[in-house]
Design a protein around this ligand. Sequence first.
Ligand code: ADP
Length: 240
Amino acid sequence: MSNNIMEFRHVSQQFGNNVVLRDIDFEIEAGKFYTLLGPSGSGKTTILRLIAGFDQPTSGEIYFDGQQINDVPANRRQVNTVFQDYALFPHMNVAENVAFGLQIKGVKKAETDRRVKEALHLVQLDGYGPREITAMSGGQRQRVAIARAIVNRPKLLLLDEALSALDHKLRVEMQTELRQLQRQLGITFIFVTHDQEEALAMSDQIMIINDGTIQQSGTPVDIYDEPLNHFVADFIGESN
Ligand code: ADP
């Protein structure tokens, strides 16, 4: 049996006359850290939206754990997303933000409290539960958003430019933390970035996308040492 948690087969996405994804095929192996890397406008967010179930593809098939899920709505997929702008609720404190998804699913209070505490511990925010979101720094807010996304242990975590709003020093720290968190949890991560160095530093596997097509998939070493075409060579070279 394959160990793939997700597969795209011949997936295309079109908005009006604008073809945004062109016949895309890829496989995501469970338990690894993947990065979807490409310039702005290349189609990264469009892919994440299809994985999360926010949109349906114009054509092609999407599989999760071996099941075709094209028509499965977002709230029935075991997939959570962390966004660049955190998307937290400013009128709730840290613990309430993290607990939100559990409460709407009817998880009991004692269990919710236990899981929130554990999630805050995993993102190094022990004791921050009662704090107001508005009193937290950018890096702390992104940690809260990550805690909220892992609290119900999804099978797949999507991170859309999740570190891009942070300053350089914090960003490098958070890269290491995210990588450690992924190993600790064993959840499959798909991290989206336009930053080559970030992709090379963090990933087990990188998929490079340009103009709606996957240009190359492989380990950071494969891609760095043997770029398949001029686009990949130039794009990766820009990080030097
Ligand atoms: P990236 O995340 O790599 O920056 P996107 O997936 O957001 O790229 O966008 C890829 C292309 O699809 C862009 O040209 C964008 O304008 C277009 N696009 C994305 N979403 C829509 C939409 N809902 N309607 C029309 N065009 C869209």
